[in-house]
Design a protein around this ligand. Structure first.
Ligand SMILES: *Cc1c(COP(=O)(O)O)cnc(C)c1O
Length: 497
């Protein structure tokens, strides 16, 4: 039976999986959600024997039902290949009693590769299925990692162009260098004078601009999104939680049916939502531990039922989580509102006009799957240092936020028994300055690449290829603009002016 997708803001708007992937955002500004969550229909014994690619197929086929088996397998094989530096694709590493699921072995050494290496192939396949003649223009706002992962995924993919906006002063030096050195004639990278939320709002406005859409169509283009709102990003992310569970079972860490916790360093709420969907597919999961940095809008939400973005925006050492509007939370809100698009739309309207909304007690009661907390900058640094001193294992700043929140979870709840997977979302090499300063202040005077070499030494891990290449890469993108200039910049790049 075909699984359809509905808009979170308009009950009338329905789409097939391929149409939802093509559109990115629903016409009314809502997000596409599956009209039901399919159940995993395969035994844990079978899953335990599967490769990453085979596991991904078992998950994708349930959600993307209008794709053929051949199409899905083709997309999966093109995505999870030697671009990843390990055949396991997402290895599990045990350290200090937790299981770190390393999601950073792809081309840009952060977890967004897990979805963005497959999205271009899903998108091109979806375009073919829906007789789309226009070129697809990927428009993305990034707080650092999405941008590079999307650029790497789409570079030189025929029939696509990709435009990435990032906050000029809101990403790490390595992240910026990764983006501005991106090759490929169809790529365009722009720094904006503003923060990530402004970049994201600018992109969303262009998506819902009907006049612009007509102009694009006339020029042979249409927008799509590579942001984590696209279900083509969300669905592939479910796969690694299933994979992690199966590997833990295979390795004798857990018994059949034993529940695990999953802790996720959270920004836009995409990664943890994928874990929530995995749970709803029947994966035995106890708590979903939602970890925030000092931009703790989600912690406050889980605690009070009030989502309020009216607060100071903090620049932290985990910049990919410096977010005040967690877009994917809307999918959870829609669900706890009883899949009532009208009710959800009202709350989102309140978010856009007042910057806040409050859910009802009935809705709040449905959040018991989640535990929310946050880590301060100091606590994040301490988490990196103490894990390193205890085990020799070096984690990045984002992962450290989750590690610290997991520590708080154990202290708050007394649950030290449930095996816990911590989503490890970036390689420490991507944030070597913050990581090394956390381990020892003596590293503070070193240059970026001295730090990389030192990290390789103390962590006893080779410098990833993605970092090695940056040493000599040429800067190819130098455009910087104001927030309100974003539409003009897009038109100019597409030769529409
Ligand atoms: C994007 C990102 C996150 C946050 O993930 P969401 O899906 O936006 O919640 C966490 N860590 C890293 C390294 C990221 O790049």
């Amino acid at each position: 039976m075909e699984l359809m997708y509905a808009s979170t803001r308009n009950a009338e708007e329905k789409a097939t999986a391929s149409q939802a992937i093509l559109k990115g955002l629903a016409g009314d500004g809502g997000l596409f959600v599956p009209t039901r969550i399919p159940s995993l229909d395969i035994s844990i014994e079978k899953l335990a024997k599967m490769s990453y690619q085979e596991t991904a197929y078992e998950v994708l086929k349930l959600f993307l039902t209008d794709f053929t088996e051949e199409e899905l397998k083709n997309c999966i094989d093109k995505a999870y290949d030697s671009k990843f530096d390990t055949e396991e694709i997402a290895p599990l590493v045990q350290a200090d009693g937790a299981y770190y699921l390393e999601l950073f072995h792809g081309p840009t050494i952060a977890f967004k590769d897990m979805a963005l290496s497959i999205l271009p192939h899903l998108l091109i396949t979806a375009a073919r299925k829906n007789q789309v003649k226009n070129d697809i223009v990927i428009l993305t706002a990034t707080s650092g990692d999405t941008g590079k992962a999307a650029l790497a995924g789409f570079a030189d993919v025929a029939g696509t162009k990709i435009i990435v906006f990032y906050p000029k002063n809101g990403v790490s030096p390595i992240q910026e260098k990764q983006m501005v050195t991106q090759k490929g004639d169809n790529t365009f990278v722009v720094g904006i004078h503003g923060n990530f939320d402004q970049a994201q709002t600018g992109v969303k406005e262009m998506f819902s601009d009907q006049v612009l859409a007509k102009e694009l169509d006339a020029a042979g283009y249409q927008f799509s999104s590579a942001n984590s709102i696209n279900i083509g990003r969300l669905v592939p992310q479910i796969a690694y939680y299933v994979y992690a569970y199966a590997k833990m079972y295979e390795n004798g860490v857990i018994a059949q049916g034993e529940k695990i916790n999953i802790a996720v360093p959270t920004g836009n709420f995409g990664n943890i939502l994928a874990a929530f969907y995995a749970k709803n597919m029947g994966l035995p999961v106890a708590k979903l531990i939602c970890a925030s940095n000092e931009n703790k809008v989600l912690y406050d939400f889980f605690t009070t039922g009030v989502y309020d973005k009216n607060r100071e925006f903090m620049l932290t050492s985990s910049p990919s989580m410096d977010i005040l509007i967690s877009s994917n939370l809307e999918r959870l809100i829609y669900r706890i509102a009883g899949e009532d698009a009208g009710k959800n739309a009202e709350l989102m309207q309140s978010l856009s006009t007042k910057g806040s909304y409050e859910i009802t007690p009935e809705m709040k009661a449905q959040l018991s799957d989640f535990y929310g907390n946050y880590a301060s900058e100091q606590e994040t640094a301490t988490a990196i240092r103490s894990l390193y001193e205890k085990t020799g294992y070096v984690i990045d700043t984002h992962t450290a936020v989750a590690s610290e929140v997991y520590r708080k979870y154990k202290k708050d709840t007394g649950d030290t028994e449930t095996k816990t997977v911590i989503a490890s979302t970036a390689s420490p090499f991507k944030f070597s300055r913050s990581v090394m300063s956390a381990i020892d202040k003596k590293y503070e005077s070193m240059s970026e690449f001295e730090l990389v070499d030192e990290l390789s030494k103390i962590g006893n891990v080779a410098v990833p290829k993605a970092v090695e290449e940056l040493r000599s890469a040429e800067v190819l993108h130098k455009t910087v603009c104001e927030v309100q200039e974003m539409p003009q910049v897009v038109k100019k790049f597409l030769g529409m002016e």
